[in-house]
Design a protein around this ligand. Structure first.
Ligand code: AP5
Length: 225
């Protein structure tokens, strides 16, 4: 399989490192990054109709309705730049979304090549989300303990202000974890059965080491897929 045919689902709990890995993977493999969380947060910030519909679900740590997310993904997948390959980050996260994704992709003439699971224990997810900070200007991610900025509260790259995501507070995080367990974890079995699943240990090693592991899976010379 050539790199141009990579159609990847990145799976993992909230805070498992999907966004962190996605940034490097899209650069390395020339893919389009489709993060439903980012698309929805942008819609909320812009105050669009989609954003207004999604906001209260997101603030509560609940999933927004399947119908709305599927529509957003379909619109993005059919864009010309996505024809060179794409990485789906945070989608699908229910069985219904996964089944409908398969149908949608057949409809637009492609299939998934990999489902990569970043496996991280729940205790570690809580620590990661509590310490996550993002730059308001360039969106670069930091962690107060694992990847702190040089100057507290200031982005190393652009000098922008660092902030905590609205849904990274304790109560919302605990609901996001419960929603993940109940609604998204069944996808592990779904992709295992279809032969697409690749598990990557995402804890006890830094983002660079996790990246090397994912890169190996996606590099045909490494014998994957
Ligand atoms: P979304 O934005 O998808 O959030 P999520 O899945 O909860 O994932 P996160 O973005 O919180 O974490 P991540 O895995 O990207 O971790 P990160 O790399 O930042 O969704 C948000 C909301 O939108 C949902 O709750 C829902 O309401 C809605 N939504 C989105 N998609 C939907 C869908 N398909 N259907 C319905 N609703 C949907 O890393 C976390 C931290 O850990 C960072 O600080 C990072 O620096 C650090 N870190 C990363 N890797 C490592 C490492 N190896 N070692 C140490 N620290 C690390």
């Amino acid at each position: 399989m050539g790199e141009a045919e990579l159609h990847i689902v990145l799976l993992g709990g909230p805070g498992s490192g999907k966004g962190t890995q996605a940034v490097h993977l899209v650069k390395r493999f020339g893919l389009v990054h489709i993060s439903t969380g980012e698309i929805l947060r942008a819609a909320v910030a812009a105050g669009t109709a989609v954003g207004r519909e999604a906001q209260h679900f997101m603030d509560a740590g609940e999933l927004v309705p399947d119908e709305l997310v599927i529509r957003l993904v379909r619109e993005r997948v059919v864009q010309p730049d996505a024809q060179r390959g794409f990485l789906l980050d945070g989608f699908p996260r229910t069985l219904s979304q996964a089944e409908r994704l398969d149908v949608m992709l057949l409809d637009v003439g492609c299939t998934l090549s990999h489902a990569i699971l970043l496996d991280v224990p729940e205790e570690e997810l809580i620590v990661r989300l509590a310490g996550r900070r993002l730059c308001r200007m360039c969106a670069r991610g930091y962690h107060l303990r694992f990847n702190p900025p040089v100057l507290q509260g200031v982005c190393d790259r652009c000098g922008g202000e660092l902030y905590q995501r609205d849904d990274d507070n304790e109560a919302t995080v605990s609901n996001r974890l419960a929603v993940y367990r109940e609604q998204t974890e069944p996808l592990i079995d779904y992709y295992e059965r279809s032969g697409l699943l690749r598990r990557v240990a995402g804890a006890d090693r830094g983002p660079d080491e996790v990246f090397l592991c994912v890169e190996q899976i996606l590099t045909p010379a490494a014998g994957a897929a």
